[in-house]
Design a protein around this ligand. Structure first.
Ligand SMILES: C[S@@+](CC[C@H](N)C(=O)[O-])C[C@H]1O[C@@H](n2cnc3c(N)ncnc32)[C@H](O)[C@@H]1O
Length: 286
């Protein structure tokens, strides 16, 4: 069965699995490298993207993602790819000073930024490094967690299944794993595609749930939950659009002018541009 975000909007389903192992997609054949990786990991780009998302989205994505992760007071939590702390900052207040939060990100600036905001709320360990080395970064396997999560980050791994395996191994029995990411079609990507090609790595992210995550969750958990969020975004000025577009991983300098003209024309006709953004959350208990 293929589970589609378009058929299951803002809903949750429980998938029962039969413990049988399936072929797991192991290697990420579409690695983010060079400028694409820089755009994906740069703390300033991320900050601007988040600002733009906040201004244009109908629903509060940060709140939705925290509801999916569902942390409790005193939790020992691990986040892989913490960025600027969209989840870590609110989560730190919930787990409180009885809890502990370990953060990993490739960007040193992002890790420092998050630590600054969370260290007074909870015990914090910030690690700058690649999730590809997660086992080494976390140290001895004695370090375990009861909440492990990653939001819009896991598909950057060279071998995401290795990262998932390590997350699973570090999870205590009864602990929960939550992976959140983007589902297609993405309205802005589809608009940009009318004017230029989209890097295959970006399109690959939209396949990540069905090709990597679902097989992994089916293999390792007796059941798991999938929730979808459809988050309409509204843009009302051409400069808002261009600012947003320039922070994306698929920004194309050569096509920018034509795209801007098209957007201006649409804004003149309709007063705004609306597009949908879909997210999924897979959650399971060990
Ligand atoms: C789109 S951001 C998401 C951040 C945050 N979870 C949020 O929802 O705002 C993705 C994050 O993954 C980090 N990242 C990318 N590749 C990574 C890697 N190989 N190891 C660790 N972090 C990585 C980036 O630096 C970035 O902070």
């Amino acid at each position: 069965m293929t589970i589609s975000s378009q058929h299951l909007l803002n809903t949750t389903i429980i998938v029962m699995t039969n413990y049988q192992s399936e072929n797991i997609y192991m290697k990420n054949s579409m690695e983010f490298v060079g400028e694409l990786l820089e755009r994906a990991t740069d703390s300033e780009y991320l900050e601007k993207r988040m600002e733009m998302n906040k201004k244009s989205q109908l629903y509060d994505f940060a709140q939705w993602s925290i509801e999916q992760i569902n942390p409790k007071e005193g939790d020992r939590a691990l986040e892989v790819g913490c960025g600027r702390g969209t989840q870590a900052i609110p989560l730190s207040s919930i787990i409180g000073n009885e809890g502990e939060l370990t953060l990993i990100d490739l960007s040193e600036e992002s890790v420092k930024h998050v630590i600054h905001f969370v260290q007074e709320k909870t015990k914090t360990r910030g690690i700058q490094g690649s999730m590809d080395n997660i086992a080494i970064l976390l140290g001895p396997a004695l370090e375990t967690y009861n909440v492990i999560y990653s939001v819009y980050a896991l598909y950057y791994a060279k071998n995401p299944t290795n990262v998932l395996n390590e997350m699973f191994n570090r999870l205590i029995v009864g602990g929960s794993l939550c992976i959140i990411g983007p589902d297609g079609p993405h309205g802005l990507v589809e608009l940009a595609r009318k004017f230029h090609s989209i890097p295959p790595q970006v399109d690959n992210c939209f396949q990540f749930r069905s090709k990597v995550l679902e097989p992994f969750f089916k293999k390792n958990f007796p059941k798991f939950k999938i929730s979808f969020l459809k988050n309409p975004q509204t843009i009302t000025t051409s400069s808002q659009f261009i600012d947003f577009y320039r922070q994306t991983t698929y920004h194309n300098k050569n096509a920018e002018y034509k795209l801007q003209l098209y957007v201006e024309q649409q804004l003149n006709e309709h007063g705004e541009i609306k597009f949908d953004k879909y997210s999924y959350a897979l959650v399971a208990e060990k």
